[in-house]
Design a protein around this ligand. Structure first.
Ligand code: NAP
Length: 234
């Protein structure tokens, strides 16, 4: 069987980098993408000597032209894209600012990366998945986007992840029965630049459920929200 091709966004550091490592260890060909070519190439250079099949492709997810360039590159060179992990994310809410203080500019910029980008990545890559009747899309969401426990604090981030979860359900409906499985996951509170040093989880643990969803069997779930491989409330 031809090796699967996976694309991971925002993968020069943090959970995205670890997802690349874990996918490549499973024998998957990984396209590690990052907006900064210096950081992206450096990340790839730490994985390739471990015998892992990982290559770099520049991608600022907030730039639709770069998204289309990546889709063209995949179509030309591999003719396929089997796995898309929408990992790139930002949390730029002002400390202490709740929804009543939220500046629309903050929301707009957050949605650009955390919502418009996964939408446009999916629009660009689902046609390549449909070609082979196989696809796995994993959206890195957050418990902060759960409607069942929605609160104040980091409002732009929360809204972006709630919107991302809605996108997961829409994409799952749009691709039902086509061999494409689309799911959201929460990695837990992970020690990365975003999570901070006091977070309770390692990046290895944070990446685990995303990798599980990226490699689901054909009869696996679609349109779900998971943490630690278990379904959680929206
Ligand atoms: P991180 O350490 O802050 O890393 C974020 C990554 O996203 C970086 O590689 C960053 O690239 C990239 N990125 C941001 N904007 C981008 C853009 N426009 N184009 C391409 N890449 C971009 O975050 P993390 O903790 O690994 O988080 C990964 C995902 O998990 C995010 O979606 C986050 O919301 C979610 N999550 C994290 C936690 C947690 O506790 N850490 C909890 C729940 C959910 P640069 O290096 O270029 O900035």
């Amino acid at each position: 069987m031809t090796a699967r091709i996976a694309v991971v966004t925002g993968a020069s550091r943090g959970i995205g980098f670890e997802i690349c490592r874990q996918l490549a260890r499973l024998g998957i060909n990984v396209v590690l993408t990052a907006r900064d070519p210096g950081r992206g190439n450096k990340a790839v250079a730490t994985l390739q000597p471990q015998g892992l099949n990982v290559i770099f492709h520049a991608l600022d997810v907030a730039d639709p032209e770069q998204i289309h360039a990546l889709a063209d590159y995949l179509a030309r060179t591999h003719g396929r894209c089997d796995i898309l992990v929408n990992n790139a994310g930002i949390l730029i809410d002002k400390r202490g600012a709740g929804v009543l203080e939220l500046q629309v500019e903050t929301l707009r910029a957050t949605l650009e990366t955390n919502f418009y980008a996964p939408l446009q990545m999916s629009q660009a890559l689902v046609p390549l998945m449909r070609k082979h009747r196989y696809g796995r899309i994993v959206n890195l969401s957050s418990g902060l986007g759960q409607l069942e426990s929605m609160g104040d604090g980091t409002p732009a981030y929360r809204a972006s992840k709630a919107a991302l979860n809605a996108l997961t359900l829409m994409l799952a409906a749009a691709t039902k029965g086509s061999g494409i499985l689309v799911n959201s996951m929460c990695p837990g509170w992970v020690r990365t630049d975003m999570g901070g040093a006091s977070a309770t989880r390692s990046v290895e643990k944070g990446a685990e459920t995303a990798v599980w969803l990226a490699t689901l069997p054909d009869n696996g779930p679609t349109g779900g929200f998971f943490r630690d491989r278990k379904a959680i409330a929206w």
